[in-house]
Design a protein around this ligand. Structure first.
Ligand code: AP5
Length: 216
């Protein structure tokens, strides 16, 4: 069993790489972004609070996010391993994850930092969309669907979805949150001898190969 964290700024390719690693190795992807997008769909007080924070590009509070991860770890049955995508994002979340894993006797094998310069991140985020039926990720220029309006993976028609926080204003705040609150985790995991760095520029397959060379 392998448990990994994918760490990197918005648009670094964490979701893209996590999906492929899960397909190939049977890992389970735990994306706090996806969990929060699901939570905001129910019109509860919590859902509305989360929706407002995410639309602005700010971080949702540690207690909410840690609660979501704790629940998922308790309910997901899997013996291949977990990929934590977009979690942890603060030092408090990193400490909480360490304690949660210890409690269930799981090890954290490595933390892959995907690094990409800011200019490229903006291009990737502004062009991104996904299939709301199966979650496949696309990009207007680098990865358009083979047939317009139809998902390559599941064949759904007109199901493409654009994220509300994928605009230049929210992205500035998301990048600020990354450098202010999340980038200290690079030092944290380096000190624990868990950190491995992967260049997030290049083709999706090249990056995937570099990650595989680290984890296998
Ligand atoms: P989240 O959903 O986690 O978003 P993010 O971290 O901002 O990351 P993204 O999903 O934007 O990017 P990615 O690295 O996954 O890139 P992708 O593979 O999609 O979080 C959203 C919000 O939720 C946060 O702002 C916050 O409010 C809240 N939140 C979530 N987790 C939280 C936490 N732990 N604590 C507090 N708040 C939290 O790729 C992007 C695009 O680039 C795609 O179009 C893709 O096709 C393209 N692409 C990918 N790889 C390549 C490549 N190699 N070459 C060319 N194009 C590529």
């Amino acid at each position: 069993m392998k448990n990994l964290i994918l760490l990197g700024p918005p648009g670094a390719g964490k979701g893209t790489q996590a999906r492929t690693l899960c397909e190939t190795f049977g890992f389970v992807q735990l994306s706090t972004g996806d969990m929060l997008r699901e939570a905001k769909e129910d019109k509860s007080e919590l859902g509305t609070k989360v929706a407002n924070i995410m639309a602005k590009g700010e971080l949702v509070t540690d207690d909410i996010v840690i609660g979501l991860i704790e629940k998922k770890l308790a309910s997901e049955k899997n013996n291949k391993g977990f990929i934590f995508d977009g979690f942890p994002r603060t030092l408090a979340q990193a400490d909480a994850l360490g304690n949660l894993l210890k409690k269930i006797n799981y090890n954290l094998d490595c933390v892959i930092e995907l690094y990409v310069d800011d200019e490229k991140l903006v291009q990737r985020i502004i062009g991104r969309f996904s299939c709301s039926a199966c979650g496949e990720l696309y990009h207007k220029i680098t990865k358009p669907p083979k047939k317009p309006r139809i998902c390559d993976t599941c064949g759904s028609e007109d199901a493409f979805n654009y994220r509300q926080d994928d605009n230049e204003n929210s992205l500035k705040i998301r990048l600020l949150a990354y450098y202010r609150d999340t980038s200290p985790l690079i030092g944290y995991y380096h000190a624990l001898n868990k950190l491995r760095k992967v260049n997030g520029l290049g083709s999706v397959n090249e990056i995937q190969d570099n990650i595989r060379n680290i984890i296998l």
